[in-house]
Design a protein around this ligand. Sequence first.
Ligand code: GLC
Length: 530
Amino acid sequence: MVTDEKPWWVGGTIYHIYLRSWVDGNDDGVGDLYGAREQLDYLAWLGVDAVWLSPTTPSPNTDWGYDVSDYLGVHPEFGDRVALEAFVSDARAHDLAVVLDLVPNHTSDQHAWFLEAVEHPDSNKHEYYVWASGTKDGHPPNNWVDATGSSAWTWHSTVGKYYLHNFLQSQPDLNWWCDEVHAEFESILRFWFDLGIAGFRIDVAHGLYKDFDLRDDPPTTDPRDLSSHFGLVEAFSKNRPEVHQVYRTWRALAEQYDPPRLLLGETWTNDFDRWADFFGSNDELQLAFNFRFFFAPFRAPALAEVVDETLKRVPQGCTTVWSASNHDVSRFPTRWCENRPERVRAAMVLLATLPGTLVLYYGDELGLGDVELDSDELRDPMTAGVTGASFLRDRARTPMVWEPDGNRGFTRDDATPWLPIRRDPGIDVRSQQENLFSHLHLTRSLLALRRRFDLSDPRNYRLLSVDDTHWSFAVGDLLVMANLSDEPRDQATSGEIVLSSNPRSSLGLGGRDSEPLAPWEVVVAVSART
Ligand code: GLC
């Protein structure tokens, strides 16, 4: 039954847990479902609406779960089906929805489908993957490049053909021109939706279909284009329009559930036309990550412009996502804010007051930045040792910091965390819970504010003013005034100030004041008409 009620994610906050790195419940140095279940109280206290767990399915871990060997299972490192169901049901008791990660672009080369495809080239499983003969002179069929910058094709000597892998050799791409692949994924969706999973974040959502004729990708003209990849534009190896029919079908399926299930796409593009297409006529993805915003410079004019453009482009009836950190890129405190606390706080206020769905990455609420790691500590095969890798992803995947000392509450002190934990003093949950002026308390206040005021409708955004260092906007009755500079700024504030990013703000909360905004201060006021 579908009701007219607003779905939970509209205006909601989703907390992204990189499960290996969040809490270790069985003392092996790897985060898991047992540990995560113990910290549901924390998430409820923080005030989020849902969690998104990075892949929980079995995997040989060549890409830490993004190489799936069984779409219906649970990785033994994280627990088992019982542990997952217990997590989901406890989460529900805490009013938290659970979103899982679905990887439909490729499987592991250890998935039963690929093993059969190789062993029985005349079986239907062979058609599940993308195979091709090389050129006459013995080269791969085209110029496509994988995630390490090598050819995206690997010769399979048993089969006597090349197979396609847009990421690692161990991640063969699925062939979405094959109807049975569609049927498989529809039943995978149903399986998890029936179990009460609230939705899926869809990995590489733009990539499923490849050009049927396997045409060469053209050279890049703009290296800032997110479809640019080692000098080529992924015009044929990914980003094909046929993918939309997949999402129309999945959306119809998601709508058969009560409440409807969420499809949140990793839509890796900075082209707003292509981004907007993922919503279809509000009959495809309900949410699509906005990487144009993600990678905007942290400067008032650039942010105001990308926000304005985003909100103009969200199709009628749809909503947008604001997020600035994830497990693939540099965390925003480092990337945007040079880890300077006042800037990090300013960024958090902006992120949380824009109208749409907020997706936080674990640690964002503490102001956690990237962690410096030595080369012998790196664990990510996709970036460690890869020439041309844009970012060493391990730096954004280090364990959550719960406590000030030892293994920081992530795992027992005598266990070895899978990635090192190194943090600055004060960046841990316990210290910040005890300090009412902390980034954590600021985040919590912001999430409470999001519940109090309706931040769901993109049409409620109004740009009030912007210049080189300053940006102010209204969202319904909220007024947000940001000074993104090292200098104080005179700002006529109107309405009742309810929050400032600056813990020592000289602006009287609850009152009106004509004091200037401090450097990197963002204040939120409620307009007089409320
Ligand atoms: C997505 C994931 C990333 C993974 C890749 C291949 O971009 O976020 O972590 O390596 O897809 O699955």
